[in-house]
Design a binder for this molecule. Structure first.
Ligand code: UDX
Length: 440
């Protein structure tokens, strides 16, 4: 099938690459000429396991092309994916300007009937707005006879396993009321819909809300566990025991109940806020979601509070080794990362930071530039040198079995603040560390 994908961010690029890999002929369109040029050279702008060979091989085979030429893109595709960003605007609602700009572009250039697919995470009602936009442009062109359908087909990929998630989806949500569109979508996804039927067809608005409901439910699990961890700390309980105790109930399950330093990334914070906004727009008070968001904001400050208390609220001139800057392992993404809240609080208190992350060093450099109170170190050991304490913010595998003797040697005082419960408190005490973790 000939497929066009607008937007070469996480969602668009991965989607284009996996569709090309099963034999579809994919053209990816982006307005950023620089990025398109880099992609043609096999230079992938994001760190995502498995993506680089997938893009390079399929590009070399001629099944995956990159262009800034929107007209050529629209001409090519039997289906047109909209996979551009929906950044939060000032009040937290998703900004649809890029989505609607692509809708207008498709309408300006289409010469045959089309299926337009909303792949970006967009608020309920967006498909209707896309439809209105396409209608109005077609009318202005005097081409009202052209027919089109707008499908909601949300993406559920996780950063760090985006390729695998897309190749082996838990579910393929197709929001349309047209049988004809459903058939085309089923054909498009047939290579990923083997062993069992993963396709769930529903109306457009339900599909749009499914995406938000999934992310908000997951965010709720995390905020709930973080709340329990706070309680456990104050009640003398161990959240890790509680986690195992409740996870064993299949209705609760072991997944996504790890307490920590709050959720970050490009999805959960944005989507929870956007759904609160959507609810507000129709005068509905989304009480649970507001609490999820509030708990998360608080949670991101807990590491700093523990550090500050340990040092008697005097951090001026102190230096902290930070391990982990990305919002989670296996990505270089620092959007909404808890590490940022921590570092900014440390700097405000007059402290210095020596940071290491296996992937996010360039990103940290891009965000913070050069400043006297930040050293970006080449190794996790280099970050320790002369620091007053070690703070672990992201649970990279590389941090799971460190050389504790070396840590003790390098730090001015043997104290570790662990935002991800990487180690056993008893073992750490035996090794002679002051060890602060979450909910224990
Ligand atoms: C998420 C969803 O998982 C994915 O389905 C959706 O399409 C996009 O949003 P992603 O943002 O890539 O994916 O990251 P995810 O692995 O879900 O982690 C999100 C955040 O939650 C991270 O900051 C992580 O550290 C935190 N988290 C996750 C916890 O604090 N505890 C957990 O138990 C799980």
């Amino acid at each position: 099938m000939n497929v066009t994908v607008f937007g070469t961010g996480y969602v668009g690029l991965v989607q284009g690459a996996i569709l090309a890999d099963v034999g579809h002929h994919v053209i990816c369109v982006d307005v950023d000429a620089d990025k398109v040029e880099r992609l043609k050279q096999g230079d992938i702008p994001i760190f995502e396991p498995g993506l680089e060979p997938l893009v390079k091989d399929n590009h070399a085979a001629g099944r995956l092309e990159f262009t800034t030429d929107a007209a050529a893109g629209v001409k090519h595709g039997q289906v047109q994916f909209i996979a551009v960003g929906t950044p939060p605007d000032e009040d937290g609602s998703a900004d649809l300007k890029y989505v609607l700009a692509v809708a207008a572009t498709i309408a300006e250039h289409m010469e045959r009937d089309q299926i337009i697919i909303d792949k970006s995470t967009v608020p309920v009602g967006t498909a209707d707005k896309v439809r209105e936009k396409v209608d109005s442009v077609l009318e202005a062109r005097g081409r009202k006879e052209l027919r089109f359908d707008v499908v909601s087909n949300p993406e559920f990929l996780k950063e760090g396993s985006a390729v695998a998630d897309c190749q082996k989806p838990d579910r393929i949500i197709i929001g349309t009321s047209s049988k004809q569109t459903e058939d085309v979508m089923r054909e498009l996804y047939a290579p990923f819909n083997r062993s069992r039927d993963r396709v769930i067809v529903m109306d457009v608005r339900s599909a749009e809300l499914t995406k938000y409901a999934a992310n908000c439910m997951l965010a709720t699990k995390i905020s709930f566990m973080n709340e329990m961890a706070n309680l456990a700390e104050r009640l003398g309980a161990d959240i890790e025991m509680v986690r195992q105790g409740i996870g064993s109930d299949p209705r609760i399950g072991y997944h996504f109940i790890y307490p920590g330093v709050g959720y970050g990334g490009s999805c959960f914070p944005k989507d929870v806020q956007a759904l609160i906004r959507t609810a507000g727009d129709i005068d509905f008070d989304a009480k649970v979601l507001k609490a999820v968001e509030a708990r998360n904001m608080d949670q991101k400050t807990t590491l700093f509070q523990k550090i500050s208390k340990h040092f008697n609220n005097d951090l001026k001139g102190k230096t902290f080794a930070i391990w982990g800057l990305a919002f989670k392992p296996n990505t270089d993404d620092m959007r909404e990362a808890p590490s940022r809240v921590l570092m900014e609080a440390l700097w405000n208190a007059g402290a210095k930071v020596q940071a290491f992350d296996p992937e996010a060093m360039e990103e940290a450099q891009r965000i913070y530039g050069s400043r006297d109170d930040l050293s970006l170190c080449g190794t996790k050991e280099a970050a320790l040198r002369g620091a007053d304490a070690l703070v672990i913010v992201t649970e990279w595998q590389l941090f799971r079995a460190p050389d504790f003797d070396l840590i003790q040697e390098q730090l001015a005082e043997p104290v570790i603040f662990d935002g991800r419960n990487m180690f056993e408190p008893k073992r750490m005490a035996i090794k002679g560390f002051s060890y602060y973790s979450v909910g224990r």
